[in-house]
Design a protein around this ligand. Sequence first.
Ligand code: NAD
Length: 254
Amino acid sequence: MQRLQDRVAVITGAGSGIGLATARRFAAEGARVVCADVSPEAGKAAADEVGGEFVACDVSDEESVRALFDGVAERHGRVDIAFNNAGISPPDDDSILVTGIEAWERVLRVNTTSVFFCCKYAIPHMQRQGKGSIINTASFVALLGAATSQIAYTASKGGVLAMTRELGVQFAREGIRINALCPGPVATPLLMELFAKDPERAARRLVHVPMGRFAEPEEIAAAVAFLASDDASFMTAAQFVVDGGITGAYVTPL
Ligand SMILES: NC(=O)c1ccc[n+]([C@@H]2O[C@H](COP(=O)([O-])OP(=O)(O)OC[C@H]3O[C@@H](n4cnc5c(N)ncnc54)[C@H](O)[C@@H]3O)[C@@H](O)[C@H]2O)c1
């Protein structure tokens, strides 16, 4: 499928996980991919692999994000797709009883304020074009509560969801579609390593997944490519859930 032929697509956090899988998928569908990441090694490796461009960017820094989108528009003439995906989930973000204000503010800044910046600086280019697709990464934890809390992360993703809905509505008549992606847990190497060491921890989570497994990054990337493409032309202000059935489940199969 070449649904993204010659579209200029910016991916934040393109160096790893969902962002990297999406860079590969976008390139396979014909897009010109701009890989933005705070890690130069990871970001550059991703860009080299997909024949794209690497831009060093810290999404929590307003000037860095402005330079990213204005630079892409200047060099490539347009910004068709913005996948605002970079995010963190650090270990010092835990139960509200032990999480400090420093961790809270850091997580909100990288996960939510970053999406505010990315939309703020991508939308004007899309307004000029009269077309664009923005996908903001939220999470299934924006829809469900967990007793294994990461309170700042959960709040940050709830913020992404509400902000996306509002922006989707505001710009709907200008040809700009803005959707939130809610992935379920993804089988990243880091997570798998953690669960291999602690099978009980994995089992406690897997029991809630009707499909009985975590997602592969490529399965999330396929959903992003759909939202980015004209196949999703009647979708905006939506929460697009890709979670193996978690949010639909009460009792899961044995
Ligand atoms: N992995 C999951 O299970 C899961 C589930 C739901 C939602 N998500 C969300 O999906 C997104 C991607 O997750 P992932 O698991 O692929 O993450 P990851 O840790 O594998 O990759 C994140 C990338 O973002 C980059 N990054 C971090 N801080 C940055 C910053 N300030 N500026 C620019 N880049 C920065 C990192 O260098 C890294 O390359 C995140 O928003 C995450 O919250 C992940």
